[in-house]
Design a protein around this ligand. Structure first.
Ligand code: ADP
Length: 247
C-alpha cells in the first residue's frame, strides 16, 4: 500500500539551453510507494528533467528534494548513494564485460575493493546473482552483456540499478525497443520491486502500458506540466488529448 508524502519533489525547476526553454517552471511530486509516470511528446522535456533529478543535467533554477533533503547541489554519485537510481533510454552496459560484472559495476564507485579485486566475489556476487534471478537472467551471468538481446540488456540494467538498493528508480523508456514478451516480464519485475518498497518514476511512450502501470501520471508539453492525476483523469483531459494522446 502506498505510503504518504512525496519521496521526490521538484519545485519550480527551470532549465534553458541558450534561448530554448526545455523545462519551464516544473513542479511535481512523486509519492513514496508509487509508480509515477512522466509522459509527453518528443521534445517536451522529459529527458532533461530526468537529467536534472539524477544530477547530470547541469545548472538550473528551482529546487529538487529527495526524502526530505534538498539534493540539487549534490553530485550524481551522492544522489545515487542516497538511494536515487536511474536507467537510460539506451542502455549503458559495458558490452564486453559479463552480465554479472555489469550488475556489480555500480558498486565499484563506492567500494574500491570491488574494483581492485577485479573479480566478482563474496557478498556482492551473491546479491548480483539474486538480482539476475529476479529479472530472469540467472543463466546468462557469464555471457558478455553485448551478446544479449536489447530487451535482455534493459533487464540487466534494471538489475544493475537495483544493486545499490535504491528507494527511487528513474526508468527511462523501459519498454522502448523491447519485444512484447519481455515487456511483460519487465512490467512484472517493476511491479514486484514496487511491492518490495521501491518507488518508480517512469518515462514511457507506450501509453496503454503507462495507464495500466502508473499512478499518478504527469503530462509534459513544451516544458510545462499540462495535466496530472490518476490515469483515468489524465486520459480524459482535453489538454492532454489535444497535445498528445489525440495525436
Ligand atoms: P523529451 O525527453 O521529452 O523528448 P528533451 O528533454 O530531450 O525532451 O528535450 C527538451 C528540449 O530541449 C528539446 O527542444 C531539445 O531539443 C532540447 N534539448 C535537450 N537537450 C539539449 C542540449 N543538450 N542542448 C540543447 N538543447 C537541448
Amino acid at each position: 500500500p502506498p505510503e504518504t508524502g512525496p519521496l521526490l519533489e521538484v519545485r519550480g525547476v527551470h532549465k534553458a539551453f541558450g534561448g530554448l526553454t526545455a523545462v519551464d517552471d516544473v513542479s511535481l511530486a512523486v509519492p513514496a510507494g508509487s509508480i509515477t509516470a512522466l509522459i509527453g511528446p518528443n521534445g517536451s522535456g522529459k529527458t532533461t528533467l530526468f537529467n536534472l533529478v539524477s544530477g547530470t543535467g547541469g545548472a538550473h533554477t528551482g529546487e529538487i528534494w529527495f526524502d526530505g533533503e534538498r539534493i540539487d547541489g549534490l553530485s550524481p554519485p551522492a544522489r545515487a548513494h542516497r538511494g536515487l537510481g536511474r536507467t537510460f533510454q539506451l542502455t549503458r552496459l559495458f558490452r564486453s564485460m559479463t552480465v554479472l560484472e555489469n550488475v556489480v559495476a555500480p558498486l565499484a564507485e563506492f567500494s574500491p575493493r570491488v574494483l581492485a579485486s577485479g573479480a566478482v566475489s563474496g557478498h556482492e556476487a551473491d546479491r548480483a546473482r539474486e538480482l539476475l534471478g529476479f529479472v530472469g537472467l540467472g543463466r546468462f551471468e557469464a555471457e558478455q552483456a553485448g551478446a544479449l538481446s536489447y530487451g535482455q540488456q534493459k533487464l540487466v540494467e534494471l538489475a544493475q540499478v537495483m544493486m545499490l538498493q535504491p528507494r527511487l528508480v528513474l526508468l527511462d523508456e523501459p519498454a522502448g525497443g523491447v519485444n512484447p514478451a519481455l515487456v511483460e516480464r519487465m512490467t512484472d519485475i517493476i511491479r514486484a520491486a514496487h511491492l518490495q518498497g521501491v518507488t518508480f518514476l517512469v518515462v514511457e511512450h507506450d501509453i496503454p502500458l503507462v495507464l495500466d502501470l502508473c499512478d499518478p501520471v504527469f503530462v509534459l508539453d513544451r516544458g510545462k506540466v499540462i495535466a496530472s492525476g490518476a490515469p483515468s483523469d489524465v486520459r480524459e483531459d482535453p489538454a492532454v488529448l489535444d497535445a498528445y494522446l489525440g495525436g
